[in-house]
Ligand binder design. Structure first.
Ligand SMILES: [Zn+2]
Length: 112
């Protein structure tokens, strides 16, 4: 399941961060999910809750927010911010739109 592997990579990142800062418990982690991501926040939360058992993030709360993404149009060269999963250039209407962010999910912050 895609959500489950995402949840696991979140855990890997935050647990190694916590280790670096010699923190034993992670209280909260905030993640930013791109607007075009097909990941459902509820199922990501569910998978995170399953995967966090027995890790330093065992009590951690996952806070997910949707973020707009920078995009550009291949047809007219327009650069714009994508606020929804609808991939159309606001200037020429083309659907040849490329997303300029390399990841669908980014770690916002970690509270320990
Ligand atoms: Zn365009």
């Amino acid at each position: 399941v895609h959500e489950f592997s995402l949840a696991q990579s979140i855990l890997e990142i935050i647990c190694s961060e916590a280790e670096k800062h010699q923190a034993n418990h992670i209280i909260k982690v905030g993640v930013a999910l791109g607007v075009i991501s097909h990941v459902a926040p509820e199922s990501l939360n569910y998978c995170f809750d399953l995967a966090k058992e027995g890790t330093p993030a065992g009590q951690a709360e996952l806070v997910i927010r949707r973020v707009p993404l920078p995009a550009s149009c291949a047809d007219c060269g327009n650069k714009f911010t994508l606020h929804s999963a609808k991939l159309n250039c606001p200037v020429c209407g083309s659907s040849a739109v490329g997303i300029l962010a390399e990841q669908e999910l980014m770690i916002d912050y970690i509270e320990v």
